[in-house]
Ligand binder design. Sequence first.
Ligand code: BG6
Length: 495
Amino acid sequence: MTALQQNNLPTEIIIFGASGDLTHRKLIPSLFNLFRKERVSNQVQIMGFATRPWNDATFREEMKNGLDVFSSFDYQNEEWQAFSRKLFYHSGNFIEPDDYVKLAERIGLDKPVNRLIYLAAPPKFYVPILENLSAAGLLKETDHWVRVVIEKPFGHNLESAKSLNQSVHQVLKEEQIYRIDHYLGKETVQNILVFRFANTIFEPIWNRNYIDHVQISVAESVGVGHRAKYYDGVGVLRDMFQNHLFQLLSLVAMEPPASFSAEALRNERVKVLSAVRPITRQEAAEWSVRGQYDQFEIAGSQTPTYAAVKMFVENWRWQGVPFYLRSGKKMPAKSSEIIVQFKCPPHVMFPMQTCDSLSPNRLTICLQPNEGIHFQFEAKQPDTSASMKSVHMEFDYAEAFGVSAIPEAYERLLLDAMNGDASLFSRADAIELAWQLVDPILESWEMDQQPPLAIYDQHSWGPKEADEFLEKDGREWYHECGMEHNHKMRLVTPW
Ligand code: BG6
């Protein structure tokens, strides 16, 4: 850490887009919880900036309403009272330079405070906001630091992401920029690193010699609802793959970093993305599936709400191991999971057993819900000569750490940004590499209309084309985390 990052000055947080959904649902509840837990200093101040003509009192009231609907923790009224006194609101227009001058006057540029600026406004305003902040002197560092958290989506394709990176770099140094992906803030996602690199037994088998394939699934039971208008031009690849799914892929596939530092971790994540073979526009017809749930809110829309994609990480460790990524809305359950399917034993000595009849070992990392890790292996059925049953070794977060042990992802990320730890944020190169992988698929879907958009029933696991997609490879999708485990029993001829 630099001396700048370590200073003891109080922090002022400015949220652009303070009247929006994210601020109500996630940012204020997370900041409040950090405040209650005394993880942030009592001197913290939060200034909301948005166009709505609110004042401090309305902002506090609105945030309290949001808290009551969206927070997952109980709190005392006095705690809220103490926190709400830290909340302020400045009504302004994102593209009006004068409003930033007024903001600067109000908060006082000469005050010795660090400044954390959070862009939760619509992305088209990111550049004007930063330019106006810069012109008003609000991005200038002296004895204090200034950091900017930028919400996704970061661009809508490679070209726009590059151009956004360039614009942002005009007014900020890379180390001031915190591109956020809330999946990296999830405890269970961070635990992938601990699971892999704080234990000895998994890493030696974490490669092409032992692993048949990997499935990364993020299923949501909700549809796009009131976000339909926004979502219509975006779709599942931009909304979920370019960021969340690729982050998960990076963590599963990365090499062990030499240290737990931000640069080492981010370097290894980037190396994975640069080793993924981009699917060509022509291949996308075969290597991807796109679907839309029946009765999507916008009639006639071609926007996919479901996608499944096969990708390969072309390096020594992963040569030939398919990674199947999928995500969809209006699925039967909310469930984010990573499944590592191991290979069949090299020699099956049990009578009447073949690789097809054995259930190969399977490791399931349940990111949400039922957070935990399960390992499936074969056990001998008692009182038979060689009947087998697949059983599970289970680790359950709630059991091990208590039901309310897992904090909201934004708590971790906001705290890290305040502490100057960028490990869980994306660097410019990672963002651009991810777009490089998504762009050809988008081109095939949007320009060539390939593969055709498949309509799936609401609350199903996606279109039948997605099942056929894996069947062609002799594999099937697993849905383990939202569900009861399906312990299969197979009988073999007695010895
Ligand atoms: C967001 C997407 O980034 O992640 C949403 O924009 C999606 O469409 C959400 O619903 C899912 O996040 P989580 O944490 O509920 O899995």
